[in-house]
Design a protein around this ligand. Structure first.
Ligand SMILES: *Cc1c(COP(=O)(O)O)cnc(C)c1O
Length: 363
């Protein structure tokens, strides 16, 4: 290849992030403190319509603590998609509850309300949709089911910072919602997670659970963990939060270009009720997807990824039988192309040319 490969994802770290870290290091205090408190306030105002936010050390911790704070535990069932990153079901299993896998609808790759309804049992206490790839799940239909069946709704918004459903931001629907701040997500704090909630009791339990059950030193009210975010990470996250809107717009423009220029593959549709923030730009490839992906990388220097090749219910860690045809079809067909804000117009041209060449050749 004469031209350098286009990476599938590219975290953007600038001078402001480096200066913010240095500012914290110079204070000599690095653990959870004023930067974390400021990050929580700013995230709340910017992304979740003023709901309370609690910062933790990873998105997975956020899901785990959110479920514990909501009282989920042994004997309970929570309905989750199988077509997602393993952290969704892992966090349910870690509370001692059982994740029950439901199918996705084929257009937006998110939980199918009809499949969720069919999975409800006597033991079900909650539904945890994932706003996969940055496209919100159908919060209207899932909210209706939750209300009718007396269930809680928990949002895995790890991939969907600033996405909206019927004009309201994701993270403002569920009993709690979790945003991941891992480096490849739409914004990062290095590692980290943010939990939003509109329930003040649940917020208090989250603050306790992340800090050994303490709000005041050595007055432990319950059994908790150390899942605190550091001020170093919060300082990075605060800078990234200010840049997020511009990056999201760039992702959406990149996606619009690909929508208009790809041929011979299925481009990702967007619900009329949704704003998609394109954590991933995910196409469906008919035929041999893995050969298509290998050719894209090796012959055209276009980085790409398969999220996710093995549905959770079939992972050795869960090993369940389940009849989830749309989940299986998606796992065999999806391919995520670069859509990150660092792409140049040359990069976008190269991606479109490469995809169209391979699709035409029936690769
Ligand atoms: C990234 C991710 C998580 C976990 O977040 P971490 O910050 O990596 O712990 C959970 N769910 C989904 C859908 C994710 O993409």
């Amino acid at each position: 290849m004469s031209t350098s490969p286009i990476p599938a994802a590219k975290p953007i770290i600038g001078d402001e992030e480096r200066e913010a870290v240095d500012r914290v290091l110079r204070t000599g205090m690095m653990a959870q403190g004023p930067e974390v408190a400021a990050f929580e306030q700013e995230f709340s105002a910017e992304l979740v319509a003023g709901r309370a936010c609690v910062a933790v050390n990873s998105g997975t911790s956020g899901l785990h603590l959110g479920l514990l704070a909501a009282g989920v535990g042994p004997g309970d069932e929570v309905i989750v998609p199988s077509f997602t990153f393993a952290a969704t079901a892992n966090s349910v299993a870690l509370t001692g509850a059982t994740p029950v896998f439901a199918d996705i609808e084929p257009q937006y790759f998110c939980l199918d309300p009809a499949s969720v309804e069919a999975a409800v049992s006597e033991r079900t206490v909650g539904i945890m949709p994932v706003h996969l790839y940055g496209h919100p799940a159908d919060m209207t239909a899932l909210g209706d089911i939750a209300e009718r069946q007396g269930l809680k709704l928990f949002e895995d918004a790890a991939q969907a910072h600033a996405a909206t459903w019927k004009g309201a931001p994701v993270g403002s629907f569920g009993t709690f919602a979790m945003f991941s701040l891992y480096p490849t997500k739409n914004m990062t704090s290095g590692e980290g997670g943010m939990v939003s909630t509109g329930d003040t009791d649940l917020e208090r339990r989250l603050r306790l659970l992340r800090n050994q059950g303490m709000l005041r030193q050595y007055e432990n009210e319950l059994v908790g963990l150390n899942n605190r975010m550091t001020d170093i990470h919060a300082a990075i996250g605060r800078v990234q939060l200010r840049k997020l809107a511009g990056w999201t717009k760039q992702r959406q423009e990149n996606a619009a270009f690909l929508d208009a220029n790809l041929e011979g593959v299925v481009v990702p549709p967007v619900s009329e009720h949704a704003t998609h923030v394109y954590h991933q730009y995910t196409i469906r490839v008919a035929g041999d997807r893995d050969r298509f992906a290998a050719a894209l990388r090796d012959e055209h220097g276009v980085g790409c990824g398969v999220y996710y090749p093995i549905p959770n219910h079939r992972l050795p860690s869960f090993g369940r039988e389940a009849d989830l045809p749309e989940t299986e079809r998606a796992a065999a067909e999806v391919l995520s192309l670069p859509v990150h804000p660092s792409l140049s117009s040359d990069d976008l041209d190269r991606i479109a040319t490469a995809v169209n060449t391979l699709a035409k050749a029936g690769a």
